[in-house]
Design a protein. Structure first.
Length: 334
């Protein structure tokens, strides 16, 4: 029976996988790329493809994968449930509904007269507003139901998720075919509109959230053991619960505004990392971020090349690739 690699070796391999996904994504695509020409001739078409298309897309995918993984990890610790994900609380549905309202003439008629880039900015603003309103509503309902406990938040999030999803379906039915298709495309999630200007907000939020999560690794370990254990060790549960909720909500809101809802990454990466390095958050945090970032970058590369020159939404690829991997890991564990 072969022994598992040690946790430090596993973390090193995961980091190599994460960083190695970036050059792989730069080289993969429907159009063959001459790397030497792209690096030495800034006016060539190869340089344009490399620096204006593939590079921002790969970096946005890497940042989004890491941020979604961190949000999923925080929520799984909060709910002590490996099936918790960034979309459990209804934040993603709120963002999707806000974007859908902005993309439809019924939600914001002036957008119909604007160019595509301006409509995209309107969708991002709508997504942020919808996520903020959904987060505030879940928090208020959760505190009223169970005084801020994780159980009340989870129930409120699930209920709100169904309600917002129904409203989004109603919006699609009422919209004209072109608007309905635009909303559906947003809901699939994607990195096809990635640009350098989209990187600062997700990167800044991730840079803010990561040290907070790392500094609270011990508290996350205690919370994973149960609220009674955490309370007995002196943790201030309402403050900790609120911090985890709003930090994960902020991550999801900014990411959905930038890329649309990309599912499964926040569910799969933390669980897979837990199987590889154990439950301790000092190891779990870097492992989950490495897995999620590398996975999303390579999934987007597959979305660009699988049916080239046509392109698939990366959200479809994450579900198709992540589902079987998740099931295999569960079977291997049993």
């Amino acid at each position: 029976m072969s022994r598992r690699p040690s946790p430090p070796l596993t973390l090193a391999l995961l980091l190599a996988f994460s960083l190695g996904s970036l050059p792989a994504a730069l080289l993969l695509g429907a159009v063959p790329l001459e790397l030497g020409r792209a690096l030495h001739d800034s006016t060539s078409s190869d340089a344009l493809i490399l620096w204006q298309v593939r590079a921002p897309r790969a970096l946005l995918g890497w940042t989004a994968g890491a941020a979604l993984s961190l949000a999923g990890l925080l929520l799984q610790a909060l709910f002590r449930n490996p099936l918790a994900s960034p979309y459990t609380l209804g934040i993603s549905s709120g963002a999707a509904l806000g974007a859908g309202l902005a993309l439809s003439a019924g939600g914001l008629p002036a957008l119909g007269l604007l160019p595509e880039g301006a409509r995209l900015l309107g969708a991002q603003g709508g997504a942020l507003a919808g996520a903020a309103l959904a987060g505030a509503l879940v928090w208020a309902l959760g505190r009223r139901a169970e005084r801020g406990g994780a159980g009340g938040l989870l129930l409120a999030g699930v209920a709100l998720n169904f309600t917002l999803a129904s409203l989004l379906l109603l919006l699609q039915v009422l919209a004209d075919p072109s608007q309905s298709l635009r909303i559906l495309r947003w809901l699939m999630g994607g990195l096809d509109a990635a640009a350098w200007g989209q990187l600062p907000a997700p990167a800044l939020v991730l840079a803010l959230a990561l040290p907070l999560a790392w500094g609270g690794a011990r508290q996350l370990d205690l919370l994973s053991l149960g609220e009674e254990t955490a309370h007995g060790r002196g943790l201030r549960l309402p403050l900790l619960t609120g911090g985890i909720f709003w930090l994960s909500s902020l991550l999801v809101a900014v990411l959905v505004a930038a890329t649309g809802p990309i599912g499964f990454v926040g569910l799969m990466a933390p669980h897979a990392a837990r199987l590889l390095v154990g439950p301790g958050h000092r190891r779990l945090i870097p492992a989950a971020l490495a897995l999620g970032s590398g996975f999303l970058v390579l999934a987007d590369a597959a979305a660009r090349t699988a049916l080239a020159p046509a392109e698939l939404p990366v959200g479809v690829i994450t579900a198709c690739l992540g589902g079987p991997v998740f099931l295999l890991m569960l079977l291997r564990r049993t």
